[in-house]
Write a protein of this length. Structure first.
Lengths: 503, 535
């Protein structure tokens, strides 16, 4: 790596989306302190929405610039930070998901539940910022900084329901498991650095592809450790045990944040690292391990959800299964002709964001009315809020992978990839767990339509939450009916060698 | 005239449009809802009848075909030379031929009759009709689409409404029945999807040379699959790459997956348990659709995909299928004989009759195939009629147990007469449609497997025994005083009953009405069986 460079104005512009979030979060934290108590803290929430939108607009401008200039990427800070289409696409997903979560919070968080709502809103910004840094980093240290920024913020967010002991318990568990994940990842990183003498992902990959390596075993152990750390962050079974407890204890919008934003960022990290830093030998050795993790995650997630009676734990395990599905494109053989791996991954990730946030939004409304999150809280929802029950049905169909929804199409594309690369065993597991998942997700549908509720009294859906629910439900259908725009867009802006690869 | 409009799409999507419209209507006005549902069910039926009348077997369905680009997924082409484009294409393709046409008409007729029979529905009408219309779109789509991915989508689209229809409006054990329905059919559709994707990734490949290099695409088009699998496709150099060839093992794998997938739906003998519960627990109008049309999707898929795409494999597996068919026939018949519940008797009777369809397919000749489709249509009508009466009787007596009913001919002579006619049609009385289907299937099988045919025909004898036992003890014998005051069929009930009986008689005395359009469609398939060329 070259000597330290000075940060130019041009570089600041490259970092503008991240800087926007950074400035906003600092300013809002200060504003919160000086704002008179009588001012509704929802104001901060709307300002957070605004800064997320500004950041997303800046990302959009960067994408247009990149497209116009014809260059594949802009690197700053000595090549450690890289703005390419891989990063930009994932940043947009992260920002959109965070925006939905904030909107949902505006419609569901109660003062009794989270007394410090101003801080709550402004803490979502650093989490999104960390996720964006993870998507853009081309170097181990930067990656780690992004990871820790996101993790530490989410530890705090999980603990926000101060009045409930379960929230503290969840935060503690999340802290410990997150710490373990960081330790695994750091240890793996240190082994890679020790063997190759560099922390740049591209340089590591080049060194490992170069030929005989005296530290081959150590490098492999390093990768295995990193995969274990990633798996912990992604909640891939058997590293998923924290998920159910943490999801249950956290405030519902934060659970949604954990389910989509941290997971998306962790996948960005996994993609970037595993594609770049590995030579072919390492790919052959380490990726099968990840494939096994993906398979176990699908099986454990689906069968585990079969027995859950709490909706949040249920959705946590559904998230485990979906993480397994999302990991499939990562582990498939590159040498065969098939979808660009990334397109199917991003497509399913987008579908997953919508269906999951939507489901959590409905859950948040049910929780407000019922005061609990058991599956039976959904009983009779059809009579109490027919439109919301309809939207939830669409979202659950998407989660189960039934046509015509985004979830169906994402699964179909991933499945097609496995069949084309002749990974039939993964295809079989994906299909088998999908069938079981019909039964799993229809448990909620049965509650909504076929059971009588505690009361017949209508459930009030707040406007922001209603908007979130309907954006998510309609997007899930739209993704299923017209998957083409998104896929063509990804194809137009993204190409594997130019955008994901650092070297 | 019909060629000028996208008639197949109209048939398929009009019910969905009706469903969307109904969501917006007020819930209170049950009568208006019923009329709207009736209208949106009737229009596709009229179109289907019109199409049937216009269809010319010699030309086939070509004038009605529709093809639109729906979705192309660009595939990564990094590192490939001389290629203009590489994509995965799932197009919107609709088509009709002698195989799907009768089943489309059947769908229309049974849906209309089931809709009329839905007067028994006493709660949540609006949701019922919305789901019912959705179900119709799924059923029409299954028979009319020509793209495997769309086929899968429509197939699943029947699954979701049917789950709700069974689970909300069924009898006491409805939830369990709905769950079983969902899981068994889910397994079937998953196997089907795997087989389809295996085919798309290999046989779905086409290369079109162009100025800027070859345009390569993986396609789910049924015609492309058929052409490539039968070796008549326009294969380029690239297509001879082993990646795009199905090995023998893979062909067999795909064939077996398809047979099991559609065998579950049919249902084929070891996979039939789920449908018993559905027959017993679902609301009568839904059982009409279920026994009348949904099971026939299995027969259709079996012929359309397993037989037409893999004639060579089918030829070798024909013995196994025929044995399974005969086992199904006898097993269903024997168990039907001991049932005390009339619905279950009919359920086992369905297992038995669908075994005959399997025999027709396994016969490998056009007589047998025609028989299989004829049997599917005829049983669709008969089963719909039987369950229509069962529904009406249940509404009046509150039971369908054979030992609790009796002597109904005294109080409801009209319905008893219809029940007797339906029972006779079901046992295969000549002059009614049931006879023709069974006769053709057995005749076809007799050409190829004589011994099995003999065993199969035994089932027909048994069916006379169980049907007459069931029907007689319901209509004749001492009448329980409980049923003295029960009323004869209302007009809305009598109308579909008479209509179905008329159709059953019509097909019985004039079968070429149905067999006419079919024959030419099976010619290429029968050729493939004869020549033994891997299809």
């Amino acid at each position: 790596m070259e000597a330290l460079q000075t940060l130019t104005v041009q570089d600041l512009w490259t970092l503008a989306p991240e800087l926007a979030l950074l400035v906003a979060s600092v300013v809002l934290l200060v504003v919160e302190m000086f704002l008179p108590a009588r001012v509704n803290r929802d104001l901060i929430g709307w300002l957070v929405m605004l800064s997320l939108a500004v950041s997303a607009a800046l990302v959009g401008v960067h994408m247009a610039d990149l497209q116009a200039s014809g260059a594949s990427a802009v690197s700053v800070l000595g090549g450690t930070y890289r703005v390419d289409d891989f990063a930009n696409i994932l940043k947009l997903v992260v920002l959109a998901a965070s925006g939905l979560v904030v909107l949902l919070s505006l419609g569901s968080v109660r003062r009794e539940d989270i007394p410090i709502r101003g801080d709550y809103y402004s803490l979502i910004l650093p989490a999104a910022l960390g996720a964006m840094i993870m998507a853009s980093s081309a170097e181990l240290i930067t990656l780690y900084v992004g990871l820790e920024l996101m993790s530490v913020t989410t530890y705090v967010l999980v603990a926000m329901r101060k009045s409930r002991p379960s929230s503290g318990e969840a935060a503690f568990k999340y802290l410990v498991s997150g710490g373990v994940a960081s330790a695994f990842i750091l240890y793996g990183m240190s082994l890679l650095y020790g063997a190759t003498g560099t922390t740049g992902l591209g340089e590591i990959g080049a060194a490992l592809s170069a030929g005989s390596d005296p530290f081959e075993r150590l490098v492999n152990i390093g990768f295995y450790l990193m995969v274990a750390g990633f798996a912990l962050k992604l909640a891939l079974a058997p590293f998923h045990l924290w998920a159910a407890d943490v999801y249950q204890g956290a405030p519902t919008p934060v659970t949604a944040l954990l389910a989509v934003v941290t997971k998306g960022a962790a996948f960005a990290m996994a993609y970037r690292t595993l594609f770049n830093a590995m030579g072919q030998d390492e790919r052959d050795l380490v990726l099968p391990a990840l494939a096994v993790l993906a398979a176990i995650a699908m099986i454990v997630g689906t069968t585990g959800a079969l027995r859950q009676s709490d909706t949040k734990r249920f959705l946590a395990l559904s998230g485990v299964a979906n993480a397994g599905i999302l990991a499939i494109p990562l582990v498939l053989d590159l040498s065969h002709v098939h979808t660009s791996l990334f397109a199917e991954f991003v497509y399913y990730l987008i579908a997953y964001v919508f269906m999951n946030v939507g489901a959590f939004a409905v859950l948040a409304m049910v929780e407000r009315a019922e005061g609990q999150t058991g599956l039976d809280a959904f009983a009779g929802l059809y009579h109490r809020a027919p439109w919301t029950a309809g939207a939830m049905t669409v979202l659950l169909c998407s989660l189960a992978g039934l046509p015509i929804t985004g979830g169906f199409f994402g699964k179909l594309l991933i499945l097609f990839g496995t069949v084309q690369t002749r990974a039939y065993w993964l295809a079989a597991i994906l299909l088998a767990t999908t069938v079981v998942s019909y039964y799993v997700y229809f448990r909620i549908i049965r509650q909504m339509y076929m059971r009588g509720g505690r009361t017949e009294e209508p459930i009030r859906v707040t406007t922001p939450a209603g908007i979130v629910i309907w954006i998510c439900a309609l997007a899930s259908v739209a993704l299923g009916v017209l998957p083409r725009p998104i896929l063509s867009w990804i194809d137009a802006v993204f190409s594997l060698p130019a955008d994901l690869m650092v070297r | 005239m019909l060629e000028a409009i996208p008639v197949l799409s109209l048939i398929t999507w009009i019910p969905l449009a009706g469903a969307l419209l109904m969501i917006l209507l007020p819930t209170r006005n049950a009568r208006a809802l019923r009329w709207v549902a009736g209208l949106f069910t009737a229009v596709p039926l009229v179109l289907a009848i019109w199409l049937y009348a216009e269809y010319k077997p010699a030309i086939g369905g070509r004038p009605y075909e529709e093809a639109y680009t729906w979705l192309t997924v660009p595939l990564s082409r990094a590192g490939a030379e001389g290629i203009a484009s590489l994509e995965l294409a799932f197009d919107y393709l609709m088509g009709v031929d002698g195989l799907s046409l009768p089943l489309t008409l059947l769908t229309g007729i049974v849906s209309m009759m089931a809709l009329l029979a839905s007067v028994h529905i006493r709660k949540r009408w609006k949701t019922f009709y919305v789901l019912f219309l959705l179900l119709q779109t799924g059923m029409y789509g299954v028979f009319l689409t020509r793209d495997v991915v769309w086929f899968f989508i429509f197939f699943e689209l029947t699954l979701i409404p049917a789950f709700f229809l069974i689970g909300i409006w069924g009898l006491e054990g409805r939830e369990k029945a709905a769950n079983r329905f969902l899981v068994y059919n889910g397994v079937g559709s998953a196997l089907m999807l795997l087989a389809f994707l295996m085919l798309v990734a290999t046989a779905g490949f086409t290369a079109t040379p162009g100025a800027g290099g070859d345009a390569l695409r993986f396609s789910g088009s049924y015609d492309v699959l058929l052409a490539n699998l039968s070796g008549s496709g326009s294969q380029s150099m690239l297509a001879s790459d082993p990646i795009f060839q199905l090995s023998d093992g893979m062909r067999w794998a795909a064939f077996v997956l398809l047979v099991i997938a559609f065998g579950i739906k049919l249902p084929m003998f070891p996979f039939h348990t789920w449908m018993l519960r559905v027959h017993a627990e679902a609301p009568p109008s839904i059982v009409m659709v279920h026994a009348g049309v949904l099971l026939k999707m299995g027969a259709y898929g079996l012929i359309r995909f397993a037989a037409q795409l893999f004639p060579a494999e089918l030829r070798e597996a024909a013995d196994v299928l025929a044995v399974l068919g005969v086992v199904g026939i006898l097993y269903g018949a024997v168990l039907a004989f001991v049932q005390k519940e009339f619905r279950l008797l009919l359920a086992y009777s369905s297992v038995s009759h669908m075994g005959i369809v399997l025999l027709g397919v396994a016969s490998l000749n056009d007589v047998g195939l025609t028989g299989a489709v004829f049997q599917a249509v005829s049983h669709g009508l008969i089963a719909a009629l039987l369950f229509l009466i069962v529904g009406s009787l249940y509404e009046r007596t509150g039971t369908t147990r054979i030992d609790e009913l009796g002597g109904l001919a005294k109080s409801v002579p009209f319905m008893s007469g219809i029940l007797l006619t339906a029972g006779l049609a079901n046992l295969g009385l000549p002059g009614l449609s049931g006879f023709v289907g069974e006769f053709l299937s057995f005749l076809g099988l007799f050409e190829s497997m004589k011994v099995l045919t003999v065993f199969g025909v035994l089932g027909v004898l048994l069916s006379a025994a169980y049907m007459l036992r069931g029907v007689m003890s319901i209509t004749f014998g001492p009448q329980s005083p409980r049923y003295d005051g029960i009323k004869e069929a209302r007009f809305v009930e009598a109308l579909p009953m008479v209509a179905l009986v008329a159709l059953i008689v019509l097909l019985g005395v004039y079968p070429s009405l149905l067999t006419g359009p079919m024959q030419p469609s099976f010619d290429p398939l029968v050729e493939a069986f004869k020549s033994g060329v891997g299809g």
